[in-house]
Design a protein around this ligand. Sequence first.
Ligand SMILES: [Mg+2]
Length: 224
Amino acid sequence: MVINKALLIFDLDDTLVHSRIDFVTLGQWVRGELVRRGLTELPEAELVRMSVSQMLKLAEDYDGSQSTGHAAELWRKVEEAELAGAMRATVEDGAQAVLKSLKANGYLLSILTNNSRRVADTVLERFGLGTFIHTVMTRDEAKVLKPDPTGLLMLKDKYKDQVARMFYIGDAWIDGMAANRAGIPFIGFNCNDPRGISMVGNVSNLPELARLVEDICSAGEGDL
Ligand SMILES: [Mg+2]
């Protein structure tokens, strides 16, 4: 079996593309709905620190204990905001060229995103990136969202016999926490709020990322 140099798993939003999702407005709306519907007893100060996906998990937990259907309604609104953001998306500088070159140089590329399949496919097709990606894992497959490590563990299991190393690359602390929990080295991509997660590096653009992983791989470091 051909052993590839490494599996590079990318986060999507604010790593390969910039989906112009209005997370501030969306976060405020979800927070307001959790309080208005009485789905959580957590104080406002704690909700403000949570990602949208973590807040939706609170709604899911409430539904699980009360046999209600709040989470599905909130998810519909989130997907609307995501699709609107995908339509306004821009692509990270050099994304197509760097992914093409990484693939040609023996790297397997995949994506793990908390986005839906529909949104992920829309932006990847729009910017011509899908052709370089071996596996796109979205929340529709992973079922549990980052910072939970489930999606990364599924990819780790799928590729463990095909690669010598793996890395997860993302901009947010939830990416780093998922990677830390999955035992996959994390590379920050303009990760400015790491909240104590450990990372092997923090790069500011894709060419810099390509140089970093090439340096690590050629030094024979980071083997699984
Ligand atoms: Mg991101």
